[in-house]
Design a protein around this ligand. Structure first.
Ligand code: CU
Length: 381
């Protein structure tokens, strides 16, 4: 049975061919995120639904287009069985159908050609670690299937505000004023409207898509920083099986207390203290799809952030102009949704960030082969 697996991947690249023959950095992550540094390349491995995703990043030129990389994986199982899997470019990643059974150990030997040079690496996974993990932290199962998307279409557009722009009062700072707000307040960032009425921080996504491209690396690896006692970014979205790295750029303690469904509404999904000046992000797994609301329990009751987790990569967060773009969409008709956290606040509960009712808009969108579908959403005052 092919299953989504949560692996502790220990990645060991043994120098050969083009790799420098030296002790190489190796890493591990709750969902198999493992980073290898071989200047000028980083190789990052992620495991999702029995597939091995390999992202090759040129640190000088950013991501190497997967189409410029070829290679294969030789997978060896302890019972002597071997399996060869070609690496193929899908979206922003190289993929191999590793067909890995849950908890079973394996060794993978990767041979990769990048710009005419051949690199070989060995990658070993001790399956027992995964089976020892608690069931509650087992890998998230996903019904999403990664496929090649030739001639994918693009959905792009804008989220615009209409009507009278509301004024959001700044929020009082009642702790750590030297760091958080010398004049005793911070802006309420729930609604950010640009000069052309574009609404920043709206999450636009295709509802219920079950097949398509692989997630981009940045969709798998979110970062949530805390700066001047605000979460940065306030709104973001990621992929099931990915991670979020929690950082703290402030010289004081913050915490990230996250609940499912929104701010302080559902069950706890995360409760992490981030010490002052935490530069190395504390990586937390994104184990469930849906919305997460985060607040700080270190006395900063104005801090709020939202993370939307999808089991597919077809989402975007609107920029300062309210614009978004979703690419590589298999042709078809979809329900396109736009989620905004909302800006109408009932009376604030003590000790909690102000909570508004989210606004969700939707419309049908038709995507054609290599076509561009233009869409507008209107948030009404
Ligand atoms: Cu805080």
């Amino acid at each position: 049975m092919k299953v989504a697996i949560r692996l502790f991947l220990v990645l060991l690249f043994i120098g050969s061919a083009g790799w420098h023959n030296q002790a190489l950095a190796h890493g591990e992550g709750p969902h198999g995120g493992a980073l290898v540094d071989i200047p000028p390349y980083h190789l990052e491995f992620q495991v999702m639904t029995g597939m091995l995703h390999i992202y090759v990043i040129d640190t000088q030129k950013k991501t190497v287009p997967p189409k410029d990389i070829t290679g294969k994986l030789l997978i060896q199982f302890p019972d002597g069985n071997k399996k060869e899997a070609p690496l193929s470019a899908m979206g922003d990643a190289l993929m191999a159908n590793a067909d890995i059974k849950e908890g079973s150990p394996f060794i993978a030997i990767a041979t990769v050609q990048i710009q005419g040079k051949t690199y070989t690496g060995r990658f070993s996974y001790k399956g027992s670690k995964a089976t020892e993990e608690k069931k509650s932290s087992a890998a998230p199962k996903t019904s999403y299937q990664v496929i090649t998307v030739p001639n994918g279409g693009t959905v792009r557009g804008q989220v615009l505000f209409s009507g009278t722009l509301p004024h959001l009062d700044p929020l009082p700072v009642n702790k750590d004023q030297q760091v958080c707000g010398k004049d005793g307040k911070v802006p309420n960032e729930a609604l950010k409207v640009g000069p052309n009425k574009g609404v920043e921080g709206t999450i636009v996504y295709l509802e219920g898509i079950t097949k398509g491209k692989a997630p981009a690396l940045q969709q798998m690896n979110l970062v949530l920083d805390q700066k001047n006692c605000l979460y940065v970014p306030r709104i973001q979205a990621g992929v099931l099986g990915g991670t979020i790295a929690l950082k703290n750029s402030d010289p004081i303690l913050h915490t990230i207390h996250a609940t499912k469904g929104g701010l302080h509404v559902g069950k706890d999904v995360m409760s992490v203290a981030t010490p002052a000046g935490l530069k190395e992000g504390l990586k937390q797994p994104l184990n469930e799809t849906g919305l997460i609301g985060a607040m700080c329990h270190a006395g900063h009751d104005w801090m709020a952030a939202f993370v939307y987790v999808f089991n597919h990569p077809y989402f975007a967060v609107t920029d300062v102009n309210g614009s978004f773009e979703i690419t590589g969409v298999p042709p078809g008709i979809y329900q396109l949704k736009a989620w905004h956290e909302g800006w109408k606040f009932p009376a604030r509960e003590a000790g909690l960030p102000p909570r508004s009712k989210p606004v969700v808009l939707e419309q049908k969108v038709s995507v054609t082969k290599s076509g561009i579908s233009n869409v507008k959403f209107e948030l009404k005052s």
